[in-house]
Design a binder for this molecule. Structure first.
Ligand code: FES
Length: 181
């Protein structure tokens, strides 16, 4: 009766040896796979680090043509979409307005027939000189440095912003923001 027991044990050992994947093999392989995944992720992270996410913005200074291109008594919108800048020509000079609502930063629209800027977000209104007169905007539109090159071209410098205070005439706050031509 002992022979069949020996044979059974031997057959069990053989059948285990013949099995393609033992439990130990499986866990060993899974462990190595985990290590490889971690290494691959770290390698990808390292190479991603070599290429930082940079936001390329247009230069803050740009040429805006000749003063004669701007008619007196008008708001010029040619730079509104790309630069968020309006150029206004009054009898007393030229100035550049920043097309950013002083309430929450939306871009107002210019309505020539009503002679005013109107913000589409919460209804703030601004006069042609940038003064806020209706809606929640707390202060006038800011102005941007506008200068003339020796060659007679206009240059807008968005790195230099004249921040307007509430309740004061924008023309009087920063006389240097007005280019007399
Ligand atoms: S963002 Fe212009 S009125 Fe609110």
């Amino acid at each position: 009766m002992a022979v069949p027991d020996v044979l059974d044990a031997e057959s069990i050992r053989r059948s285990k040896a013949d099995t393609l994947w033992s439990r130990r093999d499986f866990f060993s392989l899974a462990g190595w796979a985990g290590v490889l995944v971690v290494l691959a992720t770290m390698t990808l992270g390292f190479f991603r680090f070599m290429f930082p996410r940079v936001l390329f913005e247009p230069p803050t200074r740009f040429e805006a043509g000749r003063p004669q291109e701007y008619l007196v008594g008008t708001v010029d919108e040619r730079f509104k979409i790309e630069r968020r800048v309006w150029i206004v020509h009054e009898e007393y000079g030229l100035f550049a307005l920043l097309a950013i609502c002083t309430h929450l930063g939306c871009t107002p629209n210019w309505f020539p027939a009503e002679n005013k800027f109107k913000c589409p977000c919460h209804g703030s209104g601004f006069r042609r000189d940038g003064t806020n007169f209706e809606g929640p905007a707390p202060r006038p539109l800011d102005r941007i440095k506008l200068e003339l090159t020796p060659e007679g071209d206009l240059v807008v410098d968005k790195a230099h912003i004249f921040r307007m205070a509430a309740g004061k005439d924008p023309d009087e706050q920063y006389p240097q923001a007005i280019l007399k031509v």
